[in-house]
Design a protein around this ligand. Structure first.
Ligand code: DUC
Ligand code: ZN
Ligand code: ZN
Length: 472
């Protein structure tokens, strides 16, 4: 065997099922050997005392996504993926949004143009279907699935994206035929609109009331409706960004009947509650925590932890959806319209860089989940679910050498000043974290180490994907 390009020496190698101390060799961007001792490499990284993890896969991020109202996101592909690798990720899955009236193929092409040559980690797109015309369902979508765009998201709310039940059923039907995976944003549109109107009539317009308008009941109802439609059509679905106990129970109900329903949750549902949206005194600070679905209460946090442990949740993603608070483009604090009602505050918070540290610190360091479960939720399962395994998501011979070295003992708070994303705040400011990534290796090359980018230019590739297996 020819000499490896790199050996990572003496770290604790962790996968979704094992952990052991060994050397790991890399050649031409792939893992070529894992053994007690490997000699002869050109480069050696001493990983003694560190964890050696498969690079994080964040299967739910929004980058440079156009908003219906013209609001601009605070990350382009350069800053969004830079932040991703700084947070220990080697692959991200952003969305290619089809605007109403737009060809889906055109939408996908536009996002490729934005990502091309800009990405510091590997990238693969989910599509968002907002206009399921006969042309889209009959031709564009099947052709794109065949081309390796094997997952797409649909929305059950938002004026400019919502699909009605008939449209959902039609889209699910195409997914079944093409073996694609549908991700569902499950919140009931009419219930949210009703609540919004009632709250506004009472003068309840502060950011906090976003959490009341997007009630957990509306999420529970939509989750059940999506599951019922999927059952009727006989297609697997993923319920994304599950926020609390009630929608979780719907997923458990479906699973108990043998339905193939996968589930995702996110950092905001273990690290925040609706109380955060109150800001300092029901002021606009609360806008920093506005996301959909909103964070709930401590009982829901408890339920989410149970779900992370017991397998109710398959994956843990950031739902990174970055907007400025008071910086550019007047999207937040300085946006007069957002001050008139919570309904104009952009729905989304940044989190691609803090996803892994938050789950590690709150989960592994505090003994709530095992290290193996951490790897499964954040890398192995996303790779399996979205058709990238075993090229991605594990440390095995022949896999891409996408590796994160992790210092389980490093303690430091999350600080906006230390982050690499585009937005001008983090909702997690000051949160104490035990366990941080210290080096991110993409295809055998270090792209981030000890707080700084080390790659000279973005080397991320676009990944065409296969299909999800029956079980993950
Ligand atoms: N859904 C998401 O997935 N992200 C942000 C906002 C939203 O509604
Ligand atoms: Zn969503
Ligand atoms: Zn999202």
């Amino acid at each position: 065997m020819s000499a490896p390009d790199l050996v990572i020496r003496g770290g604790t190698i962790c996968t979704a099922s094992d952990r052991f101390v060994a050397d790991l060799a890399v050649k031409d961007g792939k893992i070529t050997q894992i053994a007690a001792h490997i000699d002869g490499a050109r480069d050696v990284i001493d990983a003694a005392g560190l964890l050696v993890l498969p690079g994080g896969i964040d299967a739910h991020v929004h980058i440079a996504q156009e908003q219906g109202d013209g609001t601009v996101m605070a990350d382009d592909f350069a800053s969004g993926t830079r932040s991703a690798v700084a947070g220990g990720n080697t692959t991200v899955m952003p969305f290619a949004l089809q605007k109403r009236g737009e060809s889906l193929r055109e939408a996908v092409r536009n996002y490729h143009t934005l990502a091309e040559g800009q990405s510091w980690c590997d990238v693969s797109f989910h599509m968002i279907i907002t206009d399921p015309t006969p042309q889209v369902l009959g031709q564009e979508l099947p052709a794109l699935v065949q081309d390796g765009y094997t997952s797409f998201k649909v929305f059950m709310t938002y004026d400019d994206m919502v699909l009605n039940d008939a449209e959902l059923l039609d889209v699910f039907d195409v997914a079944r035929r093409e073996k694609a995976l549908v991700m569902v944003h499950a919140e009931g549109h009419d219930a949210i609109k009703y609540m919004t109107r009632k709250l506004e009539e009472q003068g309840k317009t502060a950011p906090y009331y976003h959490a009341e308008a997007h009630a957990q009941i509306a999420e529970r109802e939509a989750t059940h409706r999506a599951i019922a439609h999927a059952q009727l059509v006989d297609v697997p679905i993923v319920i994304v960004h599950v926020s609390g106990r009630d929608p979780m129970e719907q997923i458990q109900w479906a699973r108990s009947r043998g339905l193939k329903v996968f589930a995702e949750t996110c950092p905001q549902y273990i690290a925040m509650t609706a109380e955060d949206l109150k800001g300092l005194n029901m002021d606009f600070e609360g806008a920093k925590y506005v996301c959909s679905p909103p964070p709930r209460d401590f009982d829901s946090q408890k339920a989410i932890w149970q779900g992370l442990r017991d397998g109710t949740f398959d994956i843990f993603s950031s739902d990174h959806c970055p907007f400025y608070f008071e910086g550019e483009n007047d999207t937040g604090k300085n946006n007069p319209r957002a001050r008139t009602s919570f309904k104009w505050v952009p729905n989304g918070i940044p989190g691609v860089e803090t996803r892994l540290p938050i789950l590690f610190s709150e989960g592994v360091s505090k003994g709530r989940i095992t290290l193996e479960r951490f790897v499964a939720l954040t890398s192995t399962n996303p790779a399996k679910l979205y058709g990238m395994y075993p090229q991605k998501g594990t440390l095995a011979i022949g896999a891409d050498a996408d590796i994160t070295l992790w210092d389980a003992n490093r303690r430091a708070p999350i600080r906006q000043a230390d982050l690499h994303h585009g937005p001008d705040y983090t909702p997690y400011e000051g949160m104490e974290i035990t366990g941080w990534p210290v080096r991110t290796i993409l295809g055998g090359k270090t792209v981030f180490a000890d707080g700084a980018m080390t790659a000279e230019a973005p080397q991320g590739r676009y990944l065409s994907r296969g299909f999800s297996p029956d079980q993950i």
